[in-house]
Design a protein around this ligand. Structure first.
Ligand SMILES: [Zn+2]
Ligand SMILES: [Zn+2]
Length: 250
């Protein structure tokens, strides 16, 4: 059943594949904005940034991100079609474990690339665009410089070329990636105060955590976890003391 569907997907025309990929990326953007805004309204009493409603430049960048994310997906599709990326269709436990493996690999790789993106010689060309927004909101997740978009997209493709993941693994990972990116850019904190005191959960990043990165650029580079920032001593001195609170004005 899965194999038959994948055979069909592998043999559609390039026009059909491109149209499907663009529509999928538009659907992801629109869903994130709708679900994100709903979460913002539910947790308005826990702001970690000022609540902004109009920033037209951000909307233009989000539109460009849909285009570049679609281009990266199409490159991945080409590599899969030509069997440079090989994905298993099994549903065994190892396929499910791939979700965790990919999260760990990408968490570390993105920490390293994020720190590189903050180097003086790279920052103005690829990452400053995302940092124009000190007060994140759901759409800020998509407000990226095209070069940054392509950089992270290509990093993901390289991982898939090197690591033989499963369909279950990449689908689960991409789902968590979008959910986590959205939580990071809500501008409000949906997690309870007990989160940062819990022995296991405290290692997982929060909305407060990434918002503090938008406001204090040289701290909190991590994405899904706080492990690498703790290890390399780049965690904000205001985390977790200012969890679910705005940073003091200086
Ligand atoms: Zn951000
Ligand atoms: Zn940054």
């Amino acid at each position: 059943m899965v194999d038959t569907s994948l055979y069909w997907v592998k043999n559609v025309s390039w026009w059909e594949a491109s149209l499907f990929i663009v529509l999928l990326n538009i659907l992801i953007l629109v869903s994130c904005i709708i679900i994100g805004n709903k979460l913002v309204s539910m947790f308005l009493k826990r702001p970690v940034a000022s609540i902004i409603t109009t920033r037209p430049y951000e909307v233009v960048l989000a539109g460009m991100t849909v285009f570049f994310n679609s281009a990266v997906t199409l490159i991945g599709y080409y590599l899969w079609k030509n069997e440079i990326i090989v994905l298993s269709t099994s549903f065994g436990w190892r396929s499910w474990a791939d979700i965790l493996v990919l999260l760990i690999i990408m968490d570390f790789a993105m920490y390293v690339f994020h720190r590189l993106a903050h180097m003086k010689w790279l920052y103005p060309y690829i990452h400053r665009t995302h940092h124009r927004f000190e007060d994140p909101r759901p759409i800020t997740l998509f407000a990226l410089n095209p070069l940054e978009n392509l950089g992270f997209g290509l990093l993901w493709i390289v991982v898939l070329c090197v690591y033989p993941a499963s369909w279950v693994g990449i689908t689960g990972y991409l789902f968590f990636n979008v959910v986590y990116g959205l939580i990071a850019h809500l501008g409000v904190e949906p997690f309870p105060n007990s989160w940062v005191k819990h022995p296991i959960l405290k290692w997982i990043s929060t909305s407060t955590y990434h918002t503090q990165h938008h406001q204090q650029e040289h701290y909190n580079y991590g994405f899904y976890t706080v492990i690498w920032d703790r290890l390399f001593q780049t965690m904000s001195p205001h985390y977790p003391s200012h969890f679910a609170k705005k940073l003091p004005e200086d």
